[in-house]
Design a protein around this ligand. Structure first.
Ligand code: FES
Length: 123
């Protein structure tokens, strides 16, 4: 494992991202809930540039006590990215697909030292 410098911490505001090439791998670094998360920019579906997709709140259907739909709503506090190729949607906190838990983005460890951001990649 090797740490690669990818930029300064203040380059990525809350809800923002920076897509970099580190160790020959494209990685998206996102800030969610104040934390930096790094995901490989390679969709587990067919390899699309998932980290460059639209970011939006997750969507959920609310049900009443009788399980009747109350409509579709944005899930407060959530942040997802939508792959631009075929629309697979991933939770940026966990890397999990919005509907299929077994499909996940590949994670990279993020380290911040004195405002400098590093991601870990296989050497
Ligand atoms: S490659 Fe991402 S949804 Fe198909």
């Amino acid at each position: 494992m090797q740490e690669v410098f990818v930029g300064q911490e203040d380059e990525i505001p809350e809800g923002g991202r920076k897509v970099v090439v580190a160790g020959g791998i494209e990685i998206g670094v996102f800030r969610v809930d104040g934390q930096l998360q790094a995901w490989r920019n390679e969709c587990p579906h067919q390899g699309g540039p998932v980290c460059q997709g639209k970011m939006m709140k997750g969507v959920e259907e609310r049900l009443d006590a009788d399980r009747r739909s109350l409509g579709i709503h944005y899930k407060e506090g959530s942040l997802h990215v939508v792959c631009p190729w075929h629309g697979y949607e991933f939770d940026l906190r966990t890397g999990r697909h919005a509907g299929l838990d077994r499909i996940r983005l590949a994670a990279h460890k993020v380290t911040v030292r004195q405002g400098a951001v590093f991601v870990s990649v296989n050497a």
